[in-house]
Every structure is written in structure tokens, then in C-alpha cells.
Design a protein around this ligand. Structure first.
Ligand code: FAD
Length: 501
């Protein structure tokens, strides 16, 4: 839909962003009969067109070609999606409910009701049904994960197959570059079509600049249309609405709130990212780890301690910068691509960061503390042990002091290394918590209803609202909370949304 510039469009609800949070709210509200407009900065893409190829995906599906991140005591890449479907288009499709201990802690510290003790279970179950969440079938486990499982069993470590939202997955192995078959139920193929079928309107290449208020209440948004190269065409247009839902993600939502003059001191603070590190292993025999689902198996042995380990594997052009060595050595290692396997560890961060607004861009500060650094090294050590138990010849742990490990013994002594932040090849995929939810306006930006404290009719429904690190992949929790927020907006609990599967 192309709005006439200068003519304010009207809706009951305008939703900013179509990722995990925004698409869910939009679909639930539209299916409940509300007049909804979705605004998305990115474009809508045909999966077949990008075909899961990294260069095309980085250009079209990621924000700033995947080069977003944080600075502090090191530089941490934090790639974000920028397309209809948001980061769900380029995520791994892994679906976890937050652990009970986490939900209990959130309930206690934030005052959000009905999280623990299956309090959030109805919302989780609804999302899981809609996304067809199911364990990865054995045939798609992939050879890298099968090796890893063998090593984990040999060491007596508890692990298991991951549940994902990939209906009819064929194991193309390029989830992070857009599923070429449209199997992964990212919101562009699940919730957004639901919203459209229920009558919602979608404006793509439309960047919201700020929220408009009327007598202190949210009254709409001011946006700009972008050309295909992402340049603003200079003509603002306005959507007037009875309610505004911000779901631009945990790095962009605080920028929008700040630019809109919303003053809560917690906005932009308490950033959590789940710092993560990848570990590569080289085997004697071909592994062909690109076959099957890259993230199909996990270890939950260390999950109660805040370390979560799961599969990952990327195409050679993306892998190469993470393979240590130069010249002939690097070439030889890359020539062994078919003998590589990789797994990653993420930690439930006690470190924290902050998002500031640099114009319309986020300036992200994050300080990786000593405890989280030790946790990362522990995670790396565990992955390395598992790979050696599975027969790896050498392990490349992503740690400056020990770029290559050649024995189980070296893997076991890794936690003795005192790593500075810059010694670790850290990445992060889960920005969260920058407009956190809670009953107390002094410590939380958003009330349990999703409404911003002190600004009636302005809601936040994305990763920003999580009160802390869930310790594992967050999309299902974001979607469950978004479902609850939508239910509240239509004046009831989940029952108000019943009638649709
Ligand atoms: C490589 C990768 C793999 C991942 N794998 C998993 C996984 O397997 N499982 C899991 O649970 N999580 C995974 N995640 C994380 C997960 O995808 C995110 O946590 C989740 O999508 C965040 O949802 P959100 O609604 O907060 O934001 P997003 O999904 O990022 O959506 C925000 C949307 O808002 C749009 N937007 C931003 N600013 C504006 C504006 N001003 N105007 C209009 N639109 C705007 C953006 O373009 C974007 O489309 C992964 C992430 C990455 C990067």
C-alpha cells in the first residue's frame, strides 16, 4: 500500500516493526477485529530471490549489511534483521520457552504476574501451535550435530535435539541467510500473512521517526518512506491511531522512545545480549557439516549455571574470517572446510550495556565483565572437550591466548586462561531488556500491560521488554509476551483471542 504523502492515514492501532514482537501483536489484534497498520523499515522479500546466499542476504535482509554491534571493552557484532519479518527471517528457528527458574526470578524482581508455574504457558502454547514448533527430525540432525552428540554421550553430558519452527524443513542449512524454501516460520511467512488476511495494512520501506502524542497520550507516528537503496525521500507521512505499538527491536525501540521525548530513566539501560562464542573443530574424515539443520542439537548440562551450548555452522565465506592463521596456514585450514564442525556457547549475561540515540541510529555500549568472560571460556572448554571426545584432531576455540587446541588435556585446562574481553571472539544475537517490563516505573520502562509507564496508549512489544537474560534463545518468549500484550489491548486475557488456532 502506498500512502498519499501528507494525508494522515488512520488506524485503530499502528505497529512499528514486523519482527518477533510486532508481527504477533499485529496479527492478534487484526484477527480480533481491530483496524491495524504495520510499518516496516525493511522490504518484503521473496525467499527464492535471495536463495539463502550470504551476500544477497546480508544486503537485503540485514540492517547495515549485518555490521551492527556494540563497543565497550571490546567490539561485539550484534547482527539485526531489517526486512518484513525482522530478525526472525535470518534466525536459526530455534524455539525455547524460558526456563522456569528464569520466569520465577523475573516474576519476583519485576512484579510481572503469571510468568512462573506455567503462568505464561497458554501464550507459549498458542505461539508454538501457530509456528508449528516441533523437534528436528533425526534425518535432519546433520553430521556435525551427530558427531557432537556422540562426544557428549561419551562424556556423560546431558543434551538433546532442539525444537524449531520449520514446517517441511529440507535441511538447506542456511537459516541465517533466509530459508530458501520458506519452511522456517519466520513472521514474514506466519504472523504477517495472518495479519494481512485479517485486513491489516502493511507499509514497507517506511521508517518511523517518532511517536506523536496528544495531551500526553500516544496518538500516532511520523514516518518517512525510503527508496530501494534505503534513502529517505524527504516527505514525511503520518499515521494517526488510537494506540501505538513499538516493536523495532531492543536496539532501535529505545532510540524511537528517546527521539519521541519519552523520559523514563530506564529506557536504553539494562541491555542484555547473551554474549556468545563459536568453536571450530577439525576432524580427520569429512564431516560435511553444512548438511542438515545447523542448529539442531544442544547441551543443557550447564544451562542452570547460565551457559547454553548449541549447534551452528555457516557457509565458507562467513566462516573464513573466524578461522585463525594467515596465508598458507589459513588456506590449508579453509581447504579442510568439509572436515570442520562448529558449536557455540552463549552466556546468561550479568554484564550490561546501554543504548543511546545517535540521531536515528543506536549507539550501543556494552562492557563484558570478568564473570561473563570466565563463563564464555568455560563454555568453550566444554565444547572443545566434547569435540575431542568425538575424535577431533584440533579445535580452534576463538581465544587469543590459545588459538589452537590439540588435546583433551588442553581443552580441560582452558578455564585457567584469564581472558580479557578483546581476547575472545565474541558475537551476540539476542539484544534484550532496553525498555524492560515491570510494575515499578522507577525501575522499569513498561508496565505488565506493555504500556509505557506514564504514556497512555503507547505500548512496547519486542525484545526490549524482557526483564533480563532468559539464558537461551528468546524469540518464543518475546512472542508469548507480545501475545499477552495484544490480549490485554483487546480487553481480556488470551480467551479474548480464542477462536483462531
Ligand atoms: C543470526 C541470528 C540467529 C538467531 N537465532 C535465533 C533462534 O534460533 N531462536 C531465537 O529464539 N532467536 C534467535 N535470534 C534472535 C531473534 O531472532 C530475535 O531475538 C528476535 O527476532 C527479536 O525480535 P524483536 O521483535 O525484538 O525484533 P526484530 O525481530 O529484530 O524486529 C524488529 C523490526 O523492526 C524494524 N524497525 C526497526 N526500526 C524501525 C523503524 N524506525 N521504523 C520501522 N521499522 C523499524 C526492523 O527493520 C525489524 O524488522 C537470532 C538472531 C540472529 C541475528
Amino acid at each position: 500500500v502506498t500512502p498519499a504523502h501528507g494525508t494522515p492515514e488512520r488506524a485503530q492501532v499502528v505497529v512499528v516493526g514486523t519482527g518477533a514482537g510486532g508481527a504477533v501483536v499485529a496479527a492478534e489484534l487484526a484477527e480480533a477485529g481491530l483496524d491495524v497498520v504495520m510499518l516496516e523499515e525493511g522490504d518484503r522479500h521473496d525467499r527464492v530471490a535471495t536463495g539463502g546466499a550470504p551476500p544477497a542476504a546480508l544486503r537485503t535482509l540485514y540492517r547495515d549489511r549485518g555490521l551492527t554491534g556494540a563497543v565497550g571493552n571490546t567490539v561485539i557484532p550484534i547482527p539485526l534483521g531489517c526486512a518484513v519479518g525482522g530478525t526472525t527471517v535470518t534466525n536459526s528457528g530455534t524455539c525455547w520457552r524460558a526456563p522456569e527458574a528464569v520466569l520465577r526470578a523475573w516474576e519476583a524482581t519485576s512484579g510481572i504476574p503469571r510468568l512462573a508455574g506455567d503462568g505464561l504457558a497458554p501464550e507459549y502454547a498458542r505461539v508454538e501451535r501457530r509456528l508449528h514448533v516441533a523437534p528436528v527430525p533425526e534425518a535432519l540432525l546433520g553430521p556435525g550435530a551427530a558427531l557432537f552428540r556422540r562426544g557428549a554421550v561419551a562424556l556423560g553430558l546431558r543434551g538433546g535435539v532442539i525444537a524449531r519452527n520449520a514446517l517441511g524443513c529440507r535441511g538447506a542449512g542456511v537459516c541465517a541467510f533466509g530459508c530458501p524454501h520458506g519452511a522456517k516460520q519466520s513472521t514474514d511467512v506466519s504472523y504477517v500473512p495472518r495479519a494481512l488476511d485479517a485486513g491489516a495494512r502493511l507499509h514497507v520501506r517506511t521508517r518511523v521517526e517518532r511517536v506523536l502524542t496528544d495531551a500526553g497520550r500516544a496518538a500516532g507516528v511520523l514516518a518517512r518512506r525510503l527508496d530501494p537503496a534505503g534513502r529517505a525521500d524527504g516527505k514525511p507521512f503520518v499515521v494517526r491511531a488510537d494506540a501505538v505499538v513499538l516493536a523495532a527491536g531492543a536496539l532501535l525501540t529505545p532510540v524511537l522512545l528517546r527521539r519521541s521525548g519519552i523520559a523514563s530513566p530506564t529506557i536504553g539501560r539494562h541491555l542484555r545480549i547473551h554474549p556468545a562464542i563459536r568453536v571450530l573443530a577439525l576432524f580427520e574424515e569429512p564431516v560435511r557439516a553444512w548438511e542438515g539443520v545447523p542448529q539442531s542439537y544442544h547441551l543443557h548440562e550447564l544451562e542452570p549455571d547460565g551457559i547454553f551450548i548449541q549447534g551452528m555452522f555457516v557457509p565458507p565465506g562467513v566462516q573464513a574470517p573466524n578461522v585463525p592463521g594467515f596465508g598458507a596456514l589459513h588456506k590449508a585450514r579453509m581447504a579442510a572446510y568439509d572436515r570442520m564442525a562448529s558449536f557455540g556457547a552463549l552466556v546468561s549475561d550479568t554484564s550490561s550495556g546501554r543504548v543511546l540515540a545517535a540521531g536515528r541510529r543506536p549507539l550501543v555500549w556494552y562492557w563484558l565483565n570478568a564473570r561473563d568472560r570466565r563463563q564464555l571460556v568455560r563454555g568453550v572448554s566444554t565444547i572443545a572437550r566434547v569435540f575431542f571426545a568425538a575424535g577431533a584432531r584440533e579445535v580452534l576455540p576463538g581465544l587469543r591466548q590459545r588459538p589452537v587446541l590439540r588435546s583433551m588435556r588442553e581443552a580441560e585446562t582452558l578455564p585457567d586462561v584469564q581472558a580479557r574481553a578483546a581476547d575472545l571472539e565474541v558475537m551476540a544475537f539476542h539484544p534484550l531488556g532496553t525498555a524492560r517490563m515491570g510494575v515499578d516505573a522507577r525501575t522499569a520502562a513498561v508496565a505488565p500491560s506493555g504500556e509505557v509507564h506514564g504514556v497512555p496508549r503507547l505500548y512496547v512489544a519486542d525484545g526490549s521488554i524482557l526483564p533480563g537474560s532468559p539464558g537461551l534463545n528468546p524469540q518464543l518468549t518475546i512472542m508469548a509476551l507480545a501475545t499477552r500484550i495484544a490480549a490485554g489491548m483487546v480487553g481480556g486475557r488470551l480467551s479474548a483471542l480464542d477462536g483462531a488456532p
